[in-house]
Design a binder for this molecule. Structure first.
Ligand SMILES: Nc1ncnc2c1ncn2[C@@H]1O[C@H](COP(=O)(O)OP(=O)(O)O)[C@@H](O)[C@H]1O
Ligand SMILES: O=C(O)C1=C[C@@H](OP(=O)(O)O)[C@@H](O)[C@H](O)C1
Length: 332
């Protein structure tokens, strides 16, 4: 990343990639010939997170300060740097956005699969608004946290509110919605989510357990557990929920698989895949699904008008990606 930053600011002529080394998470020092020639003993680049502090969302403000002997630092150059991944995401999102016709994107997946993190990134690049259904439920309960709603009123009360929130959102447009992990279980919720396009973020359970153990399970009442190793307990709870729900996730129009992304990127471990890399896969999967729908329409109808099915009810027969049709009408 550092070398690319420098190149983007045309500093690479005097600072090569081999002359950089990180100092801490948000800065690096540069040792260069420039340093000797101009009697500058340190150059320091500060990376300032300028957009959202989501993991992997690495657009950064770059400020290069130059400290010479016995003098104060001065700013040499500054600019906004965006990683190559951010640019790919932006491009792919811009390509798919007109095909969405304002339809909402519903992210579904198990707890901790990154729906909120990825949803925020996606909404930004699509120019959509972002909603987290859990937050809306909390608002409708007067600011009571999800965990407390479960404790005070029980799960059925929470689920009714969840359905109500999804009902309200279903009449809206240009939203990316992070749904709760259990929203897929009620068929009525699919009736609402199928007004838009649903994307299943599929993350292996052990990776979920690692993430959720790292952040703590306090805010996720279905993962509360008693004694025992937290990782093992969390994995056990997730496995049970997965048994109950895995089929319901196949109702989504497309599936984004972390294992597949990791394999594509040559990572042995799904934990190496950052949220931007996952977000890129959403427009990619959608465009693949759209073009498949298009070719299927060509094959089956031999006409130039392609009407894609709007599904009001869950249909597990079709499964997910790549054959599930999107609720989209395309007129090429
Ligand atoms: N690709 C990723 N790699 C590592 N950690 C992630 C990734 N995506 C999300 N996380 C972390 O996992 C936790 C759960 O993410 P979140 O977006 O809240 O999931 P969800 O909304 O699906 O429950 C958060 O702490 C988040 O920072
Ligand atoms: O899986 C579930 O049933 C739940 C997931 C949570 O949302 P996240 O998936 O955003 O953690 C939240 O809706 C509630 O704790 C129940």
């Amino acid at each position: 990343m550092e070398a690319k930053v420098l190149q983007s600011l045309h500093l690479s002529t005097w600072i090569g990639p081999d002359s950089t080394f990180p100092t801490n998470s948000n800065s690096m020092r540069l040792c260069t010939r420039f340093e000797k020639k101009r009697r500058v003993n340190m150059l320091k680049c500060s990376f300032e997170q300028t957009i959202k502090p989501a993991i992997g969302h690495r657009a950064a403000g770059l400020k290069i300060s130059c400290t010479s002997q016995n003098s104060l630092a001065s700013v040499l150059e500054s600019g906004i740097y965006t990683t190559e991944e951010d640019l790919v995401l932006k491009k792919k999102s811009e390509e798919i956005e007109p095909c969405l016709s304002g339809r909402c994107i519903y992210l579904v997946g198990m707890m901790g699969s990154g729906k909120t993190t990825i949803g925020q990134i996606l909404s930004e690049v699509l120019g959509y608004s972002f909603f987290d259904s859990d937050k809306l439920i909390e608002q409708s309960a007067g600011g009571t946290a999800v965990a407390d709603i479960f404790k005070l009123h029980g799960e059925p009360f929470f689920r009714n509110n969840e359905t109500e929130v999804l009902h309200k959102l279903s009449s809206m447009h240009r939203l990316v919605i992070s749904t709760g992990g259990g929203a897929v279980v009620r068929p009525i919720n699919w009736k609402y989510m199928n007004k838009g396009i649903s994307v299943f973020i599929d993350v292996p359970l052990d990776a979920l357990a690692q993430r959720l153990t790292a952040v703590g399970t306090e805010s996720r009442p279905l993962l509360h557990h008693g004694a025992g190793d937290p990782y093992t307990q969390t994995l056990k709870r997730l496995s049970k929920l997965w048994e109950e729900r895995s089929e319901a996730y196949t109702n989504a129009h497309v599936r984004v698989s972390l294992e597949r992304i990791a394999a594509k990127l040559g990572h042995g471990d799904v934990c190496c895949v950052n949220p931007t890399q996952i977000a890129i896969e959403v427009p990619l999967s959608l465009s693949l699904s759209l073009s498949l729908s298009l070719s299927l329409s060509h094959t089956h109808t031999h006409t130039h008008t392609h009407t894609l099915v709007v599904k009001d009810e869950p249909d597990t027969r079709l499964g997910t990606h790549p054959n599930r049709r999107l609720p989209e009408e395309i007129n090429p």
